[in-house]
Design a protein around this ligand. Structure first.
Ligand SMILES: Cc1cc2nc3c(=O)[nH]c(=O)nc-3n(C[C@H](O)[C@H](O)[C@H](O)COP(=O)(O)OP(=O)(O)OC[C@H]3O[C@@H](n4cnc5c(N)ncnc54)[C@H](O)[C@@H]3O)c2cc1C
Length: 492
């Protein structure tokens, strides 16, 4: 194992700061790592959903579910239920399932149905019923079992992000990471424009070979002092604010995030063992904070509230380069795409892993800086396009907002190519591979999204499954039931 001996200063102790410190401390035991954070400036305090990729993070740290999950009030996530995004009859909701080995047999049947429908046949081609983790979810079952099974499931988690940061902090301190509470006042640059020191309000100087900016949306080092430009995504994605409230936990939680389209955005519902997290993500151009708060409270039920509403402004976009001179931005400081697919922590993890790989290849130099910045740009743009697709394919006409999401947003050339391939009935899997977008979201995810939204040619009678589909779905249901029974029920 290559070991980097550099001195590294991480500024910011939110989830990104502690995730970064954990992985660096684990991978580079010879480097001196220090994390400084303000006691006065809070963390963003959200980030309860994840993608399955986060499992690799805990594996890399050698932390077991039995250790971190109870501490972080965590629950299992089998996928996302999308509700009311489409008004097309028969497509008012769909489940975006994470995949299981068991899906190998029947995912192709679903894909085949979408091909037939896209080529004019009267089949429904809705994803529900084809994927094993949806069967588990319907029956309130978790995706892991002690029973002996011959397949593996891909799954993710929901958790209290504040507690996760606390847990990782303890992990880091045990590995020798130094920690101090200080408020950073300014940053000193040298003649080459690199960071020479970070200066606290008490005029204490912190120096390092490498500085990591984890200061959240304010991007204190990378934007405020290194002046790296910010590329907003507000032409592609309209939402710029969120309001959150917590409600009571339920005894048997639903192992899914529920994403429900509301009048001017969408609301998440995320089960934790101690509470249910709710938030409404909306566009301030179309609805005020007061109206959005009221709509969310009505949606979750006033009697269920256990916290006050909190408004969170969102800066959606990315810095042009997230590694500039001797500074790397990780977390909200490098960019943010609204949380529809819970990708915030995914970006953080992917960014650190890519950085570790390329910094090691360059033996602790910036030889691979350009490669790194291209990779991160690619990641952000691909995820953005996937999120944009949800808005683009909505069929709501009940507000100006939903019409604007369909008609006024900017679409990248690669997304246009994908949509054209889908609509023309061409081989969509092949187009995805060429667009390299399938590296992040597999072909199955794209098929679930586009068919689940009912983004299909209108054909008489196709809002109900055809006889052939009904036969296959009945066969799958009886085959999966045997496996479903092997998994325990969820509990609060
Ligand atoms: C509405 C919303 C919903 C989200 N939902 C999800 C989700 O479901 N899943 C997901 O993966 N992600 C989600 N995210 C993203 C996720 O919350 C963030 O990626 C994650 O919390 C990381 O934040 P951070 O550590 O970069 O920044 P922050 O949490 O803002 O932390 C910033 C840190 O910098 C410190 N700091 C700032 N200024 C100074 C200073 N001058 N001196 C010293 N320290 C300073 C602060 O004290 C703090 O410790 C969501 C984000 C939003 C806005």
């Amino acid at each position: 194992m290559l070991s980097i001996k550099n001195k590294i200063l991480i500024v910011g102790g939110g989830t990104s700061g502690w995730m970064t410190a954990s992985l660096l401390a684990k991978k580079w035991p010879d480097s001196q790592i220090e994390l400084i954070e303000s006691k006065n400036i809070g963390t963003v305090g959200v980030g309860e959903g994840s993608t399955p990729y986060i499992k690799q993070f805990f594996n890399a740290l050698e932390i077991k579910e039995a250790d971190w999950m109870p501490y972080c009030s965590a629950t299992y996530k089998n996928g996302i239920q999308f509700v009311n995004w489409s008004k097309t009859p028969g497509y008012e909701q769909y489940f975006h399932a994470f995949l299981s080995d068991l899906d190998e047999k029947y995912a192709s049947e679903f894909e085949q149905a979408t091909i037939e429908r896209r080529n004019g046949q009267a089949v429904k081609a809705h994803p529900d019923g084809y994927f094993f983790l949806q069967s588990l979810t319907k029956d309130l079952r978790q995706p892991v079992t002690d029973a002996k099974v011959d397949h593996e499931n891909v799954y993710a988690y929901h958790f209290d992000s504040g507690k996760l940061a606390d847990y990782l902090k303890q992990y880091c301190l045990n590995l020798g990471v130094k920690h101090q509470y200080v408020d950073v006042e300014t940053v000193e640059l040298n003649a080459n424009g690199e960071i020479a020191a970070v200066i606290s309000q008490e005029q204490k100087r912190f120096t390092a070979d490498l500085y990591i900016d984890c200061t959240g949306f304010k991007a204190l080092l990378i934007q405020q002092h290194l002046n790296e430009p910010f590329i907003p995504f507000n032409n592609n994605l309209l939402n710029d604010r969120a309001v959150t409230v917590a409600t009571k936990a339920t005894a048997h939680y639903q192992p899914q995030t529920i994403s429900t389209a509301l009048s001017n955005g969408w609301a998440w519902k995320i089960p934790l063992t101690t509470r249910t997290g709710n938030g409404y993500v909306y566009s301030s151009k179309y609805i005020s904070d007061e109206e959005a708060t009221q709509e969310l409270i009505e949606f979750v039920g006033e009697d269920n509230l256990i916290s006050e509403p909190k408004i969170i402004p969102m800066k959606v976009g990315r810095v042009k380069r997230s590694w500039v001179k001797n500074c790397v931005a990780i977390g909200l400081s490098q960019g943010f795409i609204e949380p529809l697919e819970a990708t915030g922590l995914h970006f953080i993890q992917s960014t650190i892993e890519t950085f570790i790989l390329l910094y090691e290849m360059g033996e602790g130099t910036d030889d691979y800086q350009e490669v790194y910045n291209r990779e991160i740009e690619h990641l952000f743009e691909n995820v953005r396009d996937y999120i944009v697709s949800h808005y683009l394919t909505n069929t709501r006409s009940d507000s100006e907002y939903w019409r604007a999401c369909r008609e006024q947003i900017k679409i990248s050339d690669s997304l246009k190519a994908l949509m054209n391939a889908w609509c023309s009935g061409k081989d969509f899997r092949d187009t995805l591979v060429k667009a390299e977008i399938a590296n992040i979201y597999p072909s199955e995810s794209w098929h679930m999204l586009l068919a689940g939204m009912g983004f299909l040619p209108p054909i008489a009678g196709a809002h109900e499954p055809s006889m052939q589909e009904q036969k296959i779905l009945a066969k799958i249901a009886s085959e999966y039931q045997h496996y479903v029974d092997l998994y325990p029920k969820t509990h609060g």
